[in-house]
Design a protein around this ligand. Structure first.
Ligand SMILES: [Zn+2]
Length: 186
């Protein structure tokens, strides 16, 4: 990952006044719905992964799954540019209540989360994320970014079905993935 994104670094949110200020802002705009930005969320911003307190307690596999998700955000930032992506993420079409760009950006990254989970824990572990992940999309965690639970369920079920096909074909195993990442240098 360092080789693919040379400026990549990892810092604790608690050590940053800006990150703590963002946490306070989010708590306010979500009327107290989002209170764990600093303590419970990991966020990529401008090439830095800001991690929560939980990072120190995560297992290597959990960190691996998280980094797979956050790596997608770095790929997206390279694809669209940090500023256009940031503006779309925060504002399009609404900052709260229906943030379609944010939902699509997060969905692409969560697809990678599910993919990684299948590799390290198996299909059932990925499938069992459905309720938790739906709550993240329709609830306050990301500012009610996608208030369509049924549509979310379709996205999720399609993703699991695709992953199940890959498992059935035998193309998803952690050994192969780790080997591929090693040879790709990240
Ligand atoms: Zn994300």
């Amino acid at each position: 990952m360092q080789r693919e994104f040379p400026s990549f670094r990892l810092r604790y949110k608690r050590d940053s006044r800006l990150q703590r200020a963002i946490g306070a802002l989010l708590r306010t705009v979500t009327l107290g719905g989002m209170t764990t930005y600093v303590s419970g969320y990991h966020t990529v911003m401008g090439g830095t992964l800001w991690v929560s307190e939980g990072w120190s307690q995560m297992s290597d596999l959990e960190r691996y799954v998280l980094l797979r998700h956050e790596r997608i955000h770095l790929v997206q930032a390279n694809r669209w540019g940090v500023v256009p992506m940031g503006v779309a993420y925060l504002l399009f079409p609404l900052p709260l209540g229906f943030a379609y760009a944010r939902a699509r950006i997060e969905w692409e990254a969560y697809l990678e989360t599910l993919h990684a989970l299948v590799e390290v824990r198996g299909l059932e572990a990925a499938r069992s994320q459905k309720d938790w992940l739906r709550a993240r999309f329709v609830g306050p965690d990301y500012g009610w970014m996608f208030p369509f639970a049924a549509r979310f369920d379709r996205w999720f079920d399609d993703a699991i079905a695709t992953l199940a096909e890959d498992v059935a074909k035998g193309t998803l195993t952690i050994e192969e993935t780790l080997a591929a990442h090693r040879s790709a240098g990240g």
